[in-house]
Design a protein around this ligand. Sequence first.
Ligand SMILES: [Zn+2]
Length: 202
Amino acid sequence: MIVFGVGSTRKEIGRGKIRTTCIKCQEPTNINIFIIQRYAHAYWIPFFPSGKKIISECTNCEHLLEKKNFPEKYLNGYKEIKSGIRTPIWMYTGLGIIGLILIAIFASREQKYSENTELILSPQKGDIYEVRLPDEQYTIYKVDKVEGNTVYFFENEYMTDRLSGVEELSQKPFTTESYPVMKTDLKVMLENHEIMDIERPE
Ligand SMILES: [Zn+2]
């Protein structure tokens, strides 16, 4: 699958020089070592770093070598150069953004949950409860009256298999008789996600 705007690119994140004899031209010379970091990006946002590529280049004969073919003396030089080099933090931008979004979603769910808990503890006539039934069916209950720790509900006579269809049910008929539920049971239903949401008419 090809996704437009998603891919991987590379950037040099460090370089250094070692003074040694080139394995190709055998001249005592400077060997450049390049540290190149590959990173994934999506829509031009760097997402996360992946592999590194290490290349040496003889300044005399321009011979190039990949790290897997480095002789011992190149490797030792590379180790010293690499100790001062870190993967830049901006390469993690995409992961950071996703982390922030997840935190925001989590916080807003927590907020909704605590609002719903308050509504359950102080029910009012007319409150609408979105309820999940077995077999992924949804319906709504409407508060008829409150007596002490007991809440009386009219149940909607219809149900829907789509959570998004729940709002339309408020136009459908409810039972004419209301049924009692203990507040403590309502709280358990909220914890078990059987109560999906609670709306209080303005
Ligand atoms: Zn050379």
